[in-house]
Design a protein around this ligand. Structure first.
Ligand code: EPU
Length: 307
């Protein structure tokens, strides 16, 4: 750490390490280590970290809850950071049924805070294993809702350290993507509820969604849905129709509960999962003439190289 701390000056509360194993920081529980790993404690740390990444000619990469992510095996030449410090997880009620929230906050925490404040419209976030920042980047969704349904503005930091707030009208987003956050990092957002409701009623909706999820999605380690849903269809249903549930490569298996989930039965490698993804794609294409496209983010490799 001696060497590193002379090259980069972070506040005493920040974390900075080299060769950090990442598998356990992801929901899939596979993949290698980060060349550099940090937990900045404030915006100044974040800017310092981004400058360090530029000097090292490495891409900075923000890890949220580690879902929707497939990390390559081996050492990943990135400056990986997480917005773990409490300063990134604030939640503040604003007027007009709005909330200002830090990007490091977990969706589950957001969901229960909204219920506590009697604010409706956030129930669909229940059970999505993500942080606010990750959900913004992916426009994460479930139960018919998606993150950008509730966004009023997003505060983001560009890799060059520029920080700005973009209102909803200036942001470009769609199904499972937000172009403005492809390279920039969300640090805070203002969210708009759909109105006031009784906390008990909000909690009942949340509990219903939880039950639906429990019944229809596996509990084992996974990255969530692997493929995007083709327009008007469900990738899970197509994989099921192609008879691929239970298909295995090494420790990776197509879930018996939902076809669009690959589960890590305990000893899967990233390579096993990639091979299984290739097989699913080619079988679905052969049998149903539909080309499935991955939803999960692949880090350390490029999809077009591996598919
Ligand atoms: N289905 C099957 N077999 C399967 C899986 C699904 O026949 O193995 C059928 C279901 O019976 C249902 C239909 O396909 O009739 C749709 O299934 P589901 O309700 O599970 O929704 P989905 O379209 O497969 C989407 C999101 C999920 C989200 C659920 C619930 C995508 C790629 N998936 O799945 O999001 O949790 O709706 O709202 O958009 C994710 O993004 O990581 C994710 C898991």
């Amino acid at each position: 750490m001696m060497g590193l701390s002379s090259e980069i000056e972070l506040s005493p509360e920040a974390v900075l390490r080299e060769s950090e194993p990442l598998a356990r920081k992801t929901t899939f529980r596979v993949g290698g280590s980060a060349r550099f790993y940090a937990e900045p404690a404030n915006p100044g740390d974040l800017v310092e970290l981004l400058r360090f990444a530029a000097r090292e000619k490495m891409d900075p990469l923000c890890l949220g809850r580690g879902s929707n992510l497939l990390l390559a095996d081996g050492e990943l030449p990135f400056v990986v950071f997480r917005l773990q410090h409490s300063s990134w997880r604030r939640i503040e009620e604003l007027d007009g049924g709005r909330l200002r929230i830090g990007a490091g906050l977990r969706l589950q925490e957001l969901c229960s805070a909204a219920a506590r404040h009697g604010l409706a419209g956030f129930e669909f976030l229940e059970g999505i294993p993500g942080t606010v920042g990750g959900a913004l980047r992916m426009n994460a969704g479930a139960m018919g809702g998606a993150m950008f349904d509730v966004v009023e503005s997003v505060r983001l930091v560009r890799p060059n350290g520029d920080e700005r707030t973009l209102g909803r009208d200036s942001l470009t987003f769609g199904y499972r993507h937000c172009s403005d956050l492809r390279d920039a990092f969300a640090v805070e957002a203002v969210l708009q509820s759909s109105g006031k409701n009784d906390s008990g009623a909000i909690r009942r909706t949340i509990a219903e969604f939880r039950e639906q999820r429990k019944a229809g999605q596996p509990r084992e380690s996974s990255a969530g849905c692997i493929f995007k849903n083709p327009e008007g269809n469900s990738a899970g249903r197509l994989i099921d129709q192609a008879g691929l549930k239970g298909l295995r490569v090494g420790g990776a298996e197509v879930s018996l509960i939902h076809g669009n989930f690959i589960i890590n039965s305990g000893n899967a490698t990233s390579g096993d999962i990639l091979e299984l993804i290739r097989r699913i794609r080619s079988e679905v294409f052969e049998k149903l003439s539909i080309r499935l496209e991955p939803e999960v983010q692949l880090l350390g490799r490029q999809w077009n190289e591996v598919l």
